[in-house]
Design a protein around this ligand. Structure first.
Ligand code: PMP
Length: 355
């Protein structure tokens, strides 16, 4: 007995954990500066940590109430109906729910190249076919409706990442609207705003209040510092609650995740501190890296270093872990997560030394 033929599925390559890298380098994990996974360098919200401790005592029960509370809190925050919020096990889980709800075998989706790997993986799990549109370095990774429409051929789902990982560019709201207007009635435009809290561009959530062909993806993994909780959500068009009921894994997010999420949502100080710290770190990198960078609206900066793999390896030997972007098709670049001042300064020093 064996699993079915999965040879067309490419495993997701998560960045390695800090302990694993420390072991390989023979270093103490505390000595490492990890800026490779766009995590929150300031850690989780202290209020979320308290909520996690407190909710431990009730984990014998299914998370019905916390699910409802978090859904209502998010709906309130974005001024949408409760049933427009689809909670999930991370943003990745929300992508799966959307693919399950939208795709029939053989349906096609359109994803950006370079782009976040999980859109294509999720579509393939759900027997979809994947087409690509380019986001060009020669155009400074600019994202426009026209740039997508040039490659659009009636796909069922079009994924837009705004801010984009790894480029950091955005698709302005007007362009998202243009894209949704120009695509077929049966096409859903998914705007992935995993890094939305770091940007000043208005969210595409407002489009979900007025139309039935745009969904927005958000996560607690970045600005809220809860990547380990695996908590994300999609905001979908109105009246899709029956589809959610039919496709979701029962209790799509855990009691611990929901309670931590509720506390983190309330902790505006923590989010503000993070967003401010990220902006400072980005500026520091633009000003001090001795190589070209692109302006980023995410909690990371893409830098053109020549040979990304070599610079990644050299930085690693110094205890600084950044992201080699070869797997995104950008072997000449690295992506550096925004860190605390000490982390960012150290990363810049080591990268400049390796150029
Ligand atoms: N979208 C983008 C563009 C991302 O970079 C990530 C995380 N790396 C996600 C979605 C998913 O994040 P999570 O599953 O942790 O919510």
């Amino acid at each position: 007995m064996e699993p079915r033929d999965l040879s067309t599925h490419v495993p997701y390559e998560a960045g390695r954990g800090i302990e694993e890298t420390a072991r390989e380098l023979g270093m103490d994990p505390d000595e490492l500066v990890k800026l490779s996974s766009n995590e929150n360098a300031w850690g989780p919200s202290p209020k979320a940590v308290v909520a996690l401790r407190e909710s431990a005592a009730t984990v014998h029960a299914y998370p019905k109430a916390s699910h409802t509370d978090l859904t209502a809190a998010l709906a309130d925050r974005f001024s949408v109906e409760d049933d427009q919020v689809w909670l999930a096990n991370g943003g990745d889980g929300a992508l799966d729910y959307l693919a399950r709800a939208l795709l029939a075998p053989g349906d096609e989706v359109l994803v950006s190249d370079p782009g976040f790997a999980y859109y294509a993986m999720s579509a393939r799990f759900h027997h979809g076919q994947v087409n690509k549109y380019p986001i060009r370095k020669a155009d400074d990774f600019e994202q426009t409706a026209e740039g997508v429409l040039d490659y659009y051929d009636g796909e069922r789902v079009v994924y837009v990442t705004s801010p984009h990982n790894p480029a950091g560019t955005e698709m302005p709201l007007g362009e998202v609207r243009k894209l949704a207007d120009a695509t077929d009635e049966e096409t859903l435009v998914v705007v992935d705003e995993a890094y939305g809290e770091f940007s000043e561009t208005p969210s595409a959530v407002e489009l979900t209040r007025e139309r039935d062909d745009v969904a927005v993806l958000r996560t607690f993994s970045k600005a809220f510092g809860l990547a380990g909780c695996r908590l994300g959500y999609a905001i979908v068009p109105r009246d899709w609650s029956e589809a959610y009921a039919r496709v979701n894994t029962p209790f799509a997010a855990s009691e611990l995740a929901c309670r931590a999420g509720l506390a983190a949502l309330d902790d505006t100080d923590h989010v503000e501190q993070t967003v401010e710290g990220v902006r400072d770190a980005r500026e520091y990198m633009y000003d001090n890296l001795d190589c070209p960078t692109w302006e980023s609206q995410g909690n990371f900066v893409l830098a053109e270093v020549g040979d990304g793999t070599r610079v990644f390896e050299a930085a690693k030997q110094e205890g600084v872990i950044i992201r080699d972007t070869s797997s995104f098709g950008l072997p000449e670049c690295v992506r550096i997560t925004a860190g605390t001042p000490a982390m960012t300064e150290r990363a810049v020093e080591v990268i400049n030394g390796a150029l």
